[in-house]
Design a protein around this ligand. Sequence first.
Ligand code: B1M
Length: 209
Amino acid sequence: MILDDISLKLQAGKAKEVKVLVQQAIDEGVPVEDILNKGLLHGMGIVGEKFKNNEVFVPEVLVSARAMNIGASLLKPLMAEAGVEAKGKAILGTVKGDLHDIGKNLVKMMLEGKGLEVIDLGTDVSPEAFVQAAKDNNCSIICCSALLTTTMGVMADVVKAFEDAGMRDQVKIMIGGAPVTEAFCQQIGADIYTPDATSCANAAVSLCN
Ligand code: B1M
């Protein structure tokens, strides 16, 4: 089945073949969410398990990540609802010390798909940079991603940075990423935890409404 092939080629880091297969799946009318979840993310999940067990190493993970990004880029235009006016805007970044951006990029894709303008600060973003971007763009939705247990604490620093800037009541701080939980969100005084890109985008739209 084509979704299994996408997953296998992604695990093998074959970006060109992933691209061809994703396009083929689109042309065959396979639902975009299935291509993403049962193809690309399924493959990336297996790579993640192998990475954890020292069965693959950083170079292999990077080529799979590249294949993931190329495949996902084909899905992006299909996720955007045609002709949707921007409903609001959000600032997005992976927190300081953390270079993981695949999940963040998916969050961006989903937010844009729901009609939000996204100011993407990239990875390794300091708490001060989130505050500055909120000021510069007059933006009240702040989305922080973290993939490491060693960097998720920076999200607490982001909350504090907005407090110190006297802006805490003007922004909603949304957090997510594999190690992040609802309990952690409450513990650090952030506003909204969501477990995946789709629920993050839905929550952001609710805030805009
Ligand atoms: Co890294 N890495 N990594 N890594 N890496 C993990 C996270 C790890 C769990 C692997 C493992 O050991 N099992 C582990 C963390 C362990 C821990 O913290 N306790 C780990 C480690 C240790 C490291 C290094 C320290 C390894 C080293 O150098 N020794 C290093 C750190 C570098 C740094 O950041 N400073 C490192 C490096 C890398 C690569 C560069 C090789 C590469 C990143 C490439 C890139 O992003 N451009 C990489 C990758 C790819 C992974 C794994 C394999 C996959 C992560 C991923 O992209 N998943 C990961 C293992 C795993 O997660 N199984 C691992 C797919 C992505 C779609 O999921 O990002 O979780 P995710 O996003 C999800 C949700 O979390 C959510 O939405 C997405 C799906 O819908 N979400 C949000 C994300 N952000 C959100 C924000 C929201 C809401 C939802 O609201 C704002």
